[in-house]
Design a protein around this ligand. Structure first.
Ligand SMILES: C[S@@+](CC[C@H](N)C(=O)[O-])C[C@H]1O[C@@H](n2cnc3c(N)ncnc32)[C@H](O)[C@@H]1O
Ligand SMILES: [Mg+2]
Length: 370
């Protein structure tokens, strides 16, 4: 917004400081559902999609074209399918006005309005508190807006910082408006900001002033589902992305199967290489017969040894109990039964489903295509 500032410059840039402020609040309070109103090109939403606590992320703007400018950044990346999120994440963009109510905006934990209110015409501004605090009634609201007290420090500024601003409030004006809204709809509000002026200008406050509202009473808490359905939808969905996560059984199964295949292969390699080293005396002494050169002849681990892997015939058996002893499989599955269920149909299990069975390939014949 402020293009040429000689007297005051900000590091990081002011817009980034505002986003960082929101991200810090998110990291502290761990909201699950967050909506950014007046999200413009969705840069804040893009930053917030990396906060793992968020499961529902929404953006609202009256201008669909601006929202779509960098929309690709909100879609899952190939790596999102490799390193799966623990919790689900859905990102939805709505086109609509903050002057209108829409049932999709209920039940949010955090609503952010960053540099939005000063762009609202008076009739819209007047409806804003009822929509956001009265109707949406989230646990927390963050509102930022320019601090007019700081403007004399901005070089070359004649009236407003941006041609689309309808007003710029002093700290006293913003605080009065915020206190009135908080009082009317059962919130408490604290004031802070980002963007410090040069030393000696502390009395001007921050360049961007911020109000952080926390709900102290729940005014629409008694609303039943049927009433909510009747509230209707005035916003239009312009984009939605559902991220893959371990909460989705399909992806959990893929993650568990991949981990199991990796573990079984590692166990197989280590068993076979230790066998190779000891082959000869062991095969002869354990089985009482000479080795015929096939891998199964070098079986050294007894089938009876509980959770330990063993070789039988031309296959290696890795008990599920052994696999479940690996902490990442424990974390993914939670129980041995769940591990068994998730693997069923995905890998070969022994007849009693207690072990993963993997064939030991005859490397010599396979390599030479015999
Ligand atoms: C200065 S931009 C906000 C920038 C963004 N929040 C950020 O911090 O980068 C203001 C945005 O508010 C949107 N806007 C204006 N009036 C609105 C309304 N009545 N309802 C929803 N969005 C509105 C504009 O389209 C614009 O994208
Ligand atoms: Mg602005």
């Amino acid at each position: 917004e402020i293009k040429d500032m000689e007297a005051v410059s900000f590091t990081p840039p002011l817009y980034k400081q505002r986003y960082n402020f929101v991200a810090d609040v998110v990291n502290t309070y761990q909201p699950k559902k967050v909506v950014d109103m007046g999200c413009a090109d969705c840069t804040l939403l893009w930053k917030l999609k990396f906060c793992n606590c968020i499961e529902v992320l929404a953006g609202l703007d009256i201008d669909a074209d601006t929202m779509k400018e960098k929309i690709h950044r909100l879609s899952p990346l190939p790596c999102d399918y490799v390193w799966l999120r623990k919790q689900p994440l859905t990102i939805t963009l709505y086109q609509g006005s903050v002057a209108e109510k829409d049932a999709s905006m209920l039940d949010f934990d955090l609503v952010t309005c960053i540099e939005l209110i000063e762009h609202l015409e008076l009739p819209v501004l007047e409806k804003f508190p009822e929509v956001v605090f009265g109707y949406m009634a989230p646990t927390m609201v963050i509102i930022s807006t320019p601090n007019a007290d700081f403007n004399p420090l901005l070089p070359g500024l004649t009236r407003f910082r941006h041609p689309d601003h309808k007003f710029e409030w002093s700290r006293a004006e913003f605080q009065k408006w915020a206190q009135d809204a908080a009082c009317q709809y059962g919130y408490t509000v604290e004031f802070t900001g980002v963007g410090n002026g040069p030393p000696g200008t502390e009395n001007k406050g921050f360049c961007t002033q911020i109000g952080v509202f926390i709900r102290s009473s729940h005014k629409n808490g008694g609303m039943v589902t049927t009433e909510r359905d009747e509230l209707g939808h005035s916003y239009k969905i312009v984009f939605q992305a559902v991220y893959p996560s371990l909460q989705d059984k399909k992806y959990l199964q893929i993650a568990v199967t991949n981990e199991v295949i990796y573990r079984v292969e590692a166990i197989k390699r280590s068993l076979l290489s230790s066998d190779d080293a000891e082959e000869g005396d062991k095969t002869a002494s354990k089985h009482g017969q000479p080795s015929d050169g096939h891998v199964e002849a070098s079986c050294t681990v007894s089938e009876e040894s509980s959770a330990e892997p063993y070789i039988h015939g031309n296959s290696i058996y890795v008990p599920l109990a052994k696999l479940f002893s690996f902490s990442n499989l424990q974390k993914l599955c939670g129980s041995l039964d769940e591990l068994q269920q998730l693997l069923s149909g995905k890998v070969t299990l022994s007849s009693d489903s207690s072990a993963v069975v993997s064939r030991i390939r005859n490397y010599v014949s396979e390599s030479f295509n015999l």
